[in-house]
Every structure is written in C-alpha cells, then in structure tokens.
Ligand binder design. Structure first.
Ligand code: DAH
Length: 356
C-alpha cells in the first residue's frame, strides 16, 4: 500500500505510528466489503482517526507540523486508493464464488418446450358450443358421479329399464350409502334435471361432458365417451322448432347441403322421441363405407320433453313445453373426419392427434 521507506517513516513517527500500525492490522483482518467499509469510516470518516490526528497538529511544535501534515495527507490518499483496490478484489471473488455455487452454464442452449395440439374431441365440443352459443344457448355442466335420481328416476326411467342393469351402468360404492344410489352418469341427460331444478323457464342450454357405460371397447364403443346434451323449455315449443334447430346444427357441423331425417324411437324422458340422421357428408347420400351404403348417418337422439319430467322439477306442463337432444361427440368426430375406430381417440397416439 505504501512504499517501504515511507511506511517505515510513518511507523516510527511518534504521532502517526500507533494509528498507522493499528490501521495495518485492521486492513489485514478485513476480508469482506462490510469490514472494509468499517475501516474506511474509522480512518477516513469525518470523525475518523486521521482527521483526529490532523486536528491535533496545532498542539505540536511548529517545526513538526509540516512533516506530520504531509504524512497524514499522504496516508489519507493512499488509504483511499488501497480500499478501492481491495473492494474491487472482494467483489470479484464474491461473484466468482456465487457463479461457482450456481453451477450456471450460460453457454448451454435453451430448453425446448414441446407444444401439443388440441384433442379432436375438445375441438368438436368447442365447435358444437359455438353453434349453439350463436343461437343464444348457455353452456352448463353437471357432475360425472351422479345419483340414480338424476340419471334415471327424474328422467322418467322405470325401475326395470335395461340400462339400469349392472351390465350397462358403473355403480359407485359409497360407505353407508344405499345399494346402487350412486353411479357414473350413463349420459348427460341428468344435467337437464339439475338445471331445471335450479332455474325457472324459459331455458336454452347445452351441457357437454363425459359419460360412462359398461361397454367392451370396440370400433364404435368406449366405456368412457363424451356427449353434448341440449334442452329448450319455453312457451309454445314444437317439434318443428326441434327439427329446424337440428337442421341448422347439422348444416353448420357437416356442410351446407346436408339434409336431416327423423326416425321414430323411444326414450323414457321424451315423447315423441326420434333418432336423427344426417345425410352422409362423405358421399353426399349416394352410399359409401362410412354410411354403410345407406346414405344416412345417425347422429343423435331427441324428442319433446315428457310432461312427467316437468313434474319432477316443478315446471307446469300446461304452460311450458320443450325439446331435448343428446349427441355423442366421438361419433360426430368419427363421421366428420372418417376416423375408422373410436379407440384411436383414447390411445394418445401422436400420429393421430397431430392431424387435427
Ligand atoms: N340420453 C340419450 C342417450 O344417451 C340421448 C338422448 C336422447 C338425449 C333423447 C336426449 C333426448 O336429450 O331427448 O342415449
């Protein structure tokens, strides 16, 4: 810090020596930024040791004053430089230390984040939602673990109905619960009952979601699948409204020149009931592999809400009428894109998923 000769001079000087020796010791011990700062304040500060000595100069004999003043001012500027150098060295050491601890290799290339695509089933559900939102419908949801009451009873489904058998329905065992009271919903129709129970008419809703059935998987069956339920309740709703609504839906979903036909059917919760076909979008109705040479694709079940269902939820069947429909999302996806097997949707095979 100070050339030898000058250092010796300071060390042996009666007034400067003791302070100088103490300073050297403390500098030696200061090994981080905080202790260096301490030294700076103690020696160079306004009330520090060097200023104190400068104050004392006037008590010295006149011939010594010059010499002591020179030494102290030299010491001051040298110490300032020295502190600066040491602080810089300490900062460098601390940076190196923290880099070493972080083991950060800034030359490594960034990590690639793989991004996926939307699953075709989600895309179809969104398309269906868009069509009905455009008609002023609301999207609602209900639970997948459901009560027998909502899945069957309030939908006018009698005790002996075949869909209630163990072969079709997954029942859920509940500790302390009654046998077969709780199940995995076999369709999205129970959401109809739940919205009607909690909302007064008029109603225009769709309810997308998962449903479960005790089916052996094959090209057209999966034990878990998706449906979109629709329900309209208002004054003077007719079968014509249902037909117009579904025709509009079929055209938006499958193409502008699609035709729709109703075949009489039975569902416990609608009367009359129908299965609804759309003319085949693959062959335009001429007959092909996808429509099994009939020209028609069955896409959903529908009907006019049975007055018995209205009485379960406390709607007045004299004043309100309505229609309902339910469609299988996988089936619509299969038909729209000619996918040959429903199981593809659940295999998570990227070669299939990436195509949509
Ligand atoms: N829930 C029926 C099923 O899963 C489909 C269905 C038919 C829904 C007629 C309806 C309807 O809302 O009116 O097969």
């Amino acid at each position: 810090m100070i050339p030898d000769e000058l250092a010796r001079e300071m060390e042996s000087h009666p007034a400067v020596g003791p302070v100088f020796k103490r300073l050297l010791l403390e500098l030696e011990r200061a090994d981080d930024a905080r202790s260096l700062e301490r030294v700076r304040i103690d020696y160079l500060g306004r009330k520090g040791a060097i200023n104190a000595l400068l104050q004392d100069i006037r008590n010295l004999p006149a011939e010594e004053r010059r010499e002591v003043g020179r030494l102290l001012n030299l010491l001051k500027s040298r110490l300032e430089q020295e502190l600066e150098i040491r602080l810089e060295r300490i900062r460098e050491r601390e940076l190196e230390e923290s880099l070493r601890l972080q083991k950060l290799d800034v030359t490594l290339p960034g990590r690639h984040i793989p991004y996926g695509t939307r699953h075709l089933i989600s895309t179809i559900i969104e398309q269906i939602e868009d069509i009905f939102l455009g008609l002023g419908y609301r999207v609602v949801e209900g639970p997948e673990v459901e009560l027998d009451y909502y899945n069957f009873e309030a939908l006018n489904t009698p005790e002996w109905h075949p869909s209630k058998s163990l072969q079709d329905t997954f029942y859920v065992e509940v500790p302390g619960g009654n046998y077969r009271d709780v199940l995995l919903r076999t369709h999205t129709s129970p959401v109809q009952v739940r919205v009607m129970e909690s909302t007064p008419p008029p109603l225009y809703v769709i309810a997308p979601g998962k449903a479960y059935r005790h089916d052996v998987p094959d090209a057209t069956h999966s034990p878990i699948f998706h449906q979109v339920e629709g329900l309209v309740v208002d004054e003077d709703i007719s079968l014509g409204d249902l037909k117009g609504t579904l025709e509009n839906f079929a055209r938006r979903m499958f193409g502008e020149d699609r035709r729709v036909r109703f075949r009489p059917h039975f569902f416990p919760f609608t009367e009359p009931s129908a299965e609804v076909d759309v003319s085949c979008n693959m062959c335009g109705g001429d007959g092909c592999r996808v429509c099994k040479w009939t020209g028609w694709l069955e896409i959903l079940g529908a009907g006019m809400v049975d007055p018995n269902v209205f009485s379960y939820v406390g709607y007045d069947p004299e004043r309100w009428s309505g229609f309902a429909f339910g469609m299988g999302v996988e089936r619509i996806a299969l038909l729209k894109y000619g996918v040959p097997d429903i199981r593809y949707f659940y295999d998570n095979d990227l070669r299939l998923l990436r195509q949509f």
